[in-house]
Design a protein around this ligand. Sequence first.
Ligand SMILES: Cc1cc2nc3c(=O)[nH]c(=O)nc-3n(C[C@H](O)[C@H](O)[C@H](O)COP(=O)(O)OP(=O)(O)OC[C@H]3O[C@@H](n4cnc5c(N)ncnc54)[C@H](O)[C@@H]3O)c2cc1C
Length: 344
Amino acid sequence: MTNSKKIAIVGLGVAGSYLLNRLSLDHEVTGYEMQKEGEFQAVCAWGTSKNELSKIMRPLGIDFEKYVLFNGKEMIVDLGANKDPRSIPLIGLVTYDKHQLELDLTKGKKAKFGTKATPTLLKDEGYDMIIDCTGLYRSFLPKVKEDLWIPCVEYKVSYGAREPSYKDFYIKPFEGLAGYLWSFPLEKGSAFVGAGDYRKRHNDALKEFSEQNPGTITKRIGRPIRISPPKYCEPFHIGNVVGCGESIGTVFPLLGEGIIPSLQCAELLVENLDDLTNYRKEVLQKFEYFNYVYDIIKLKFEGKFSMVRHFPLMLKTYNAMKKMEERFGLEVRMSDFKEIISTY
Ligand SMILES: Cc1cc2nc3c(=O)[nH]c(=O)nc-3n(C[C@H](O)[C@H](O)[C@H](O)COP(=O)(O)OP(=O)(O)OC[C@H]3O[C@@H](n4cnc5c(N)ncnc54)[C@H](O)[C@@H]3O)c2cc1C
């Protein structure tokens, strides 16, 4: 048990809402969220592994099943006009009401919605620790040297009585593996359809997809995703500020998947609240496998990837993911890797 601290958590997204709930029992914690409570947007496609989320939420007394909107059976990977699509079997990949879960985690805790926290605003509040959970913004920490972002845009689409063309998880990578377009089913008759692309073809691709698969767009949201892994997002802590979640790069670069890694990062912080040097070490260790994936992506972006020369990188990525199939919520197969990487 650590000594009780006065803590500010800035940003109540995935990592911040979890930390507010988890730390409030033993510490004097205040959460700051710049979005207003009633207008709060959890910008994301809400896809995750229910195996891992259930495990993470159980100790907080939260039944994750209650938040699940759609249970996936297969992920269709569109390989373009000249190849058959691939079907990746899913083992627990779901979409869930991320917005509601984040709000529920803050219930009964001290949370100030509609307050944009700045170092000046918090300067005289006497906090022992300020946790920067501001995701992409990283408002309390120095700029990242190698900061790689993928711009994204997403629509919530309602198909009403009309059947959507894709009833399960669907993705279509962009040339050069510079991103992908997705359609993730939500509650009946609706889906998040979005796209993110380093080379900025995402808006056109999304427009084309929406014309081919018409529905009513009920929401337009978007923001870039940081894909630089923690190794490139140092420092993690400086003075009384410590970063957690996407602010320090916990997004799996191949998929732009940040929910589980940000929660895992938050738990590492809870365990190391009194030893931030060890927190840094454990974060770097835990997400070391992000580095191989990031290297592949960078090589692809630069047009320098060779299936033969860089096979060891692919093998390391495959081996790491294979051991974590349940955590990813899908079957990890070398044949899929090879096919997708060689096509794009
Ligand atoms: C379009 C899109 C789709 C995605 N889809 C998926 C997906 O399907 N599955 C998945 O696993 N990951 C997905 N991700 C990534 C995932 O959403 C993020 O990596 C994850 O939410 C990061 O969590 P976080 O807590 O670090 O930051 P966030 O969840 O981004 O939370 C940061 C919070 O900080 C607040 N904030 C920022 N600055 C301040 C300030 N100064 N004061 C107060 N509040 C502040 C913001 O309003 C926000 O609520 C997606 C991301 C995007 C952009």
